[in-house]
Design a protein around this ligand. Structure first.
Ligand code: AMP
Ligand code: MG
Length: 412
């Protein structure tokens, strides 16, 4: 039996980042940068007001207060989006809106609240004179040019997965097309004569296919494009046809579930062995020991176990990093968190992934198992918010022991 780490390394050696495409900004979300982004201009691109108020010369306000106000002549009215062709001289002010360029000569903005013109109704004309009640420091309420980003700065690195805040930032930088890695195409099929689609009524001996749904959702979650090939019967010819279809659809990875164990009807592994290349098919882990890895007509293949929890864990451990590597992500590991056990646990010595709830107990993260840990018991996975990682060789741990946990919510 291969160790999990060895199996993962061997699998990942078959993958590299996919080619670069230019994605329109709106479609770049969730994709991974293939090139660095260099700012083509400063942000903010010009000095602007951070408050609605009056652009003034701070020196005019030295010594003034509510009891001893100053009075300034208003020489311009500057809405956002317009450059006022004026220079503010001593004794003068310009009404200015948040985001509007601060005119030459002015070195601070006094908010309307600190003047006698604390009104902002739309359409209201600027006053001729304004009384000011407060001293300002030089630069106060002004966002300087380049405060956030300088032209020429390297602001995003390759390997970064683009999040909502990143698309906004790229828009600010005027990046309409983003160099990203092509998203991996993952063909998915489930095998088993017992499987029926979710919209068919249950009949004796059959179960609803659940793995297809879980795997499609996981592929999407980690930034892949699922190619759902549905349910395939337990027949070598049907399995082969499906593998051929996956190749024809230009999958970057073929992912199946079930049929890779030692049962009399487990055809998937045999077909891959016969027509492709089987690299290994068992891993020292629980759940998820029967895991077939190889290739079919040059396309990488991963055959996950059929049991729904095993399929899920096998995906998280092996397929997730493969998808992320193809997508261009450089850090492939799950983030782990040290937690302590609220109850003793047993394992069988294989590297184990136990379904658990991790909660905050008096400022420490504490874990307890959810329900039945059988590999077909999907409910306990649904109740869990984390998987506890029990290293191989460990057969029991007492309450209070510290273990590593993966939270099941995060993307990467
Ligand atoms: P197998 O790997 O074919 O021996 O399947 C192991 C177990 O997983 C059996 O109980 C199957 O019925 C179950 N199983 C296989 N495929 C699926 C699927 N797509 N959805 C739900 N359960 C499945
Ligand atoms: Mg089966």
């Amino acid at each position: 039996l291969l160790s999990v780490a060895e199996a993962r390394d061997r699998l990942l050696a078959n993958f590299s980042p996919l080619g670069t495409i230019k994605a329109p900004l709106a479609q770049a979300i969730g994709k991974v940068l293939a090139d660095e982004i260099v700012a083509q201009f400063d942000l903010p691109p010009f000095r602007n007001a951070s408050m609605d108020g009056f652009a003034i010369c701070y020196a005019d306000l030295v010594g003034i207060s509510r009891e001893n106000p100053g009075k300034l002549r208003v020489v311009a009215d500057i809405p956002a989006g317009q450059v006022a062709p004026v220079k503010i001289l001593r004794g003068q002010a310009a009404r200015i809106m948040t985001g509007a360029p601060v005119p030459e000569g002015s070195d601070a903005v006094i908010p309307v609240e600190d003047t006698d013109f604390n009104q902002r109704q739309p359409g209201l004309a600027a006053p001729e004179w304004v009384k000011v009640y407060k001293e300002m420091k030089p630069g106060e309420n002004i966002r300087s040019q380049g405060q956030d980003v300088y032209e020429g700065e390297d602001v995003m690195q390759p390997g970064h997965r683009i999040r909502p805040q990143d698309v906004g930032f790229l828009a600010m930088l005027g990046v309409a097309e983003v160099p990203v890695h092509r998203s991996p195409r993952i063909a998915i099929f489930s095998t088993g004569d017992e499987l029926i689609p979710v919209d068919s009524p249950l009949i004796a001996g059959k179960i609803h296919d659940s793995n297809t749904y879980t795997l499609v959702a996981l592929v999407e979650k980690y930034g892949g494009i699922p190619l759902n090939l549905g349910i395939v019967p337990d027949q070598a010819e049907a399995v082969k046809e499906c593998l051929d279809l996956a190749v024809a659809k230009e999958a970057d990875l073929i992912l199946s579930s079930a049929g890779v164990s030692v049962g009399a009807f487990d055809f998937v592994r045999n077909v891959v062995e016969q027509y492709g290349l089987l690299s290994f098919w068992r891993v020292n882990m629980r759940p998820g020991k029967p895991l077939a890895v190889g290739e079919y007509l040059g396309t990488p293949f991963v055959g996950l176990p059929g049991n729904p929890v095993s399929a899920f864990v096998g995906f998280e451990v092996f397929v997730r990093p493969a998808i992320m590597k193809m997508a261009g992500i450089t850090f492939l590991n799950h983030l782990t968190q040290a937690v302590f056990l609220l109850e003793p646990i047993e394992s069988d010595g294989r590297e184990s992934y136990l379904r658990a709830i991790v909660e905050n107990r008096d400022g420490r993260l504490a874990a307890y198992l959810t329900g039945h840990q059988g590999s077909g018991n999907l409910r306990s996975l649904v109740q869990a918010n984390a998987l506890l990682l029990i290293p191989s060789g460990v057969k029991s741990l007492p309450a209070g022991a510290e273990v590593a946990a993966w939270f099941l919510g995060e993307v990467c």
